[in-house]
Design a protein around this ligand. Structure first.
Ligand SMILES: Cc1cc2nc3c(=O)[nH]c(=O)nc-3n(C[C@H](O)[C@H](O)[C@H](O)COP(=O)(O)OP(=O)(O)OC[C@H]3O[C@@H](n4cnc5c(N)ncnc54)[C@H](O)[C@@H]3O)c2cc1C
Length: 413
């Protein structure tokens, strides 16, 4: 049986693509070797980061670079063995992180970010997932005046885009989150974002909605993607699944399939870890809190308080090295009364990333009928639904809600 479209990968991106295509009337098969939302889209910090117009950029100040190189910044780690393979990518990332690069990034990403919450709402309502979402934004706490001043310098641009960052005192922060300990110097409340108590749960709810719309989900390992007359075949252990079109939304695993088609894009991963903790003495937290200089986020989740780490540059499949978790856990315990770890092993996931920090959303160059929705880095959970709508509008020939050109794969050639 041939679908109009096969979508490879049922993370938040692929699932959102599948739902949007189904809403446009297409017959869609969504393929994943696991259940929906069980990889990167499971383990993130759960922020719908409406306000992230500033990217997680490569540092440009010498001291900040030295801190990363000498592993003195808990927000970053790397494997020496990965560096030779990453050198060109890191250089391009460094160049894209210049002050002009950051402004250009902000102008571009805002065109998607502006739709991040409304597109989640459009799916979460009919999917019965609204209960996962909470307002209240997120709180960033700063241990030093220098850190707070850096954050303050981002306010003018954010306000230009209609965002509402507000610097608050330690006492005001403690009124919002009474269980934080006043070990910090100041704080900023970003109220525009929202967060969820289970990003994996949200993705599964969107997948159930896709099924209700008549979509098919196939659990299979898509080992390759092959052109066939009139379309594409996802080659699986049981043969294959055919479609007139194919969308690759395999997150960090996209290169495995694209390489065999001769599509080589400058792709890398930024790995990250999480661990859940029981809150000590029943302490509560009502929104994600970023300890900027501590290099971690704590978020209340269904499973407990989730501590997520910053970035680790390593090969995607290299063994886990959760040194950032061991480093940040004591810092987090200073800030919030964390109880015992709730899992034996830290979770690890890979943020799929292009060096200009933007995703690729659109047709694959020179491969008619093949589409890409990959490389969402730190914002995949945020931008999944907006990406899904953009792909569906491009594929159906409707006028896209935003100009897709800046997200084209052609920019990376
Ligand atoms: C620690 C951490 C914190 C983060 N915090 C946030 C946050 O707060 N907000 C935010 O917006 N983003 C956050 N992110 C980023 C976000 O999680 C990712 O950008 C997003 O989940 C990527 O989604 P995806 O659908 O592209 O990939 P995935 O969720 O990884 O989905 C890819 C799917 O492809 C499937 N697959 C792979 N290979 C095959 C194959 N051969 N055959 C079939 N299926 C296959 C996998 O099983 C998987 O389900 C964070 C990431 C990390 C690591």
């Amino acid at each position: 049986m041939k679908s109009d479209t096969i979508v490879l990968g049922a993370g938040i991106v692929g699932t959102s693509v599948a739902v949007n295509l189904a809403l446009s009337g297409a017959k869609v098969t969504l393929i994943d070797r696991r259940g929906p939302g069980e990889e990167t889209s499971y383990g993130n910090a759960g922020l719908v980061e409406r306000a992230s117009i500033y990217p997680v950029a490569f540092p440009h100040e010498l001291k900040a670079i030295i801190d990363v190189v000498l592993k003195r910044n808990p927000a970053a780690n790397y494997h020496w063995s990965a560096l030779p393979g990453l050198a060109r990518w890191l250089y391009a990332y460094w160049r894209a992180s210049s002050s002009e690069g950051v402004l250009s990034y902000a102008r571009t990403i805002e065109k998607l970010l502006a739709f991040s919450l409304s597109e989640h709402e459009r799916l979460a309502g009919p999917a019965g997932a609204l209960h996962y979402f909470r307002e209240g934004g997120w709180l960033k706490v700063y241990r030093s005046e220098a850190g707070l001043a850096r954050e303050r310098s981002e306010f003018p641009l954010a306000r230009n885009y209609g965002l509402t960052p507000r610097e608050i005192t330690v006492d005001e922060a403690l009124t919002l989150e009474p269980n934080l300990r006043p070990i910090f110097h100041g704080a900023v409340l970003w109220s525009d974002p929202q967060s969820v108590s289970s990003p994996g749960g949200v993705t599964k709810a969107y997948a159930d909605y896709f099924r209700k719309l008549g979509g098919t989900i196939v659990q299979a390992d898509a080992r390759a993607l092959a052109p066939i007359p009139g379309g594409w075949r996802a080659v699986t252990e049981d043969g294959g699944v055919d479609g007139a079109n194919a969308v690759v939304a395999l997150g960090p695993w996209a290169p495995d399939v694209l390489r065999s088609l001769g599509l080589r894009l400058p792709f890398a991963v930024k790995r990250g870890y999480h661990m859940h903790y029981a809150p000590a003495g029943g302490a509560g937290l009502s929104r994600p809190v970023l300890d900027e200089e501590g290099g971690y986020v704590i978020t209340p989740m269904e499973q407990g308080i989730r501590l997520t780490t910053g970035v680790e540059f390593a090969r995607r499949d290299a063994h886990k090295t959760p040194v950032q978790l061991d480093w940040t856990e004591p810092l987090a315990r200073e800030l919030f009364p964390l109880g015992p770890r709730l899992e034996a092993e830290p979770w690890m996931g890979c943020r799929p990333a292009f060096p200009d920090m933007l995703p690729v959303i659109g047709p694959a160059p020179g491969r008619p009928g093949l589409w890409l929705a990959i490389g969402h880095q730190h914002l995949g959970f945020t931008l999944g639904p907006a990406t899904g709508r953009l792909i569906a509008e491009m594929m159906s020939g409707a006028t896209p809600f935003t100009d897709p050109a800046p997200f084209s794969a052609a920019r990376l050639r």
